[in-house]
Design a protein around this ligand. Structure first.
Ligand code: HEC
Length: 143
């Protein structure tokens, strides 16, 4: 009888410690923003509120005034610069798909987390398949 008791206690201990470690993992995964349809929808909402006026619903922008985000070679090749521009605003001359742009994009005023949502939406919309970004990536972009 004693041995069965011991096994029972050990089994309880094992279950409790396993339960403990799964909880820890869940807390960690909060900072990781996955590419779920729910998170992409959050990005879409931010896009409609903060970006669509200039970059248009279809992401094609307005030639020579507002550069496209759909199939943008700039977005694909200069992602860190693109994050900087949306975070802090930009009016330096840039070339997107061979066309020059030099108008003003005001700072978005979005939080770093919101920037992750909106970028992950832009990087995966209108046929774009440019991957995704993390919160750490946005936080590391500083003036
Ligand atoms: C007032 C109009 C306006 C708004 C609103 C705006 N942009 Fe822009 N965006 C521009 C302009 C103009 C440029 C080019 C800036 C330059 O020449 O320095 C640009 C450039 C960019 C670029 C880099 C070039 C490219 O086409 O890949 C990205 C990425 C971008 N914008 C994303 C966004 C996102 C995301 C939002 C919303 C949070 C946003 N923009 C809101 C006007 C705007």
């Amino acid at each position: 009888m004693k041995i069965t008791n011991l096994i029972f206690i050990l089994a309880c201990f094992f279950l409790i410690s396993c339960g403990g470690s799964t909880n820890k993992k869940e807390v960690k995964s909060v900072t990781k923003i996955e590419l779920t349809s729910e998170n992409l929808e959050k990005g879409a909402q931010l896009y409609r509120a903060k970006c669509m006026n200039c970059h248009m619903k279809n992401g094609k922008g307005v030639e020579k005034f507002y550069p496209p985000l759909a199939s943008s070679d700039y977005l694909e090749k200069h992602l860190t610069d693109a994050i900087y521009m949306v975070k802090y605003g930009s009016n330096k001359p840039i070339k997107v798909n061979g066309i020059k742009y030099n108008s003003l994009m005001p700072s978005s005023g979005l939080t770093d987390t919101e920037l992750v949502f909106v970028f992950n939406y832009v990087l995966n919309s209108w046929g774009n398949q440019y991957g995704s970004i993390s919160l750490e990536q946005v936080q590391s972009v500083q003036r």
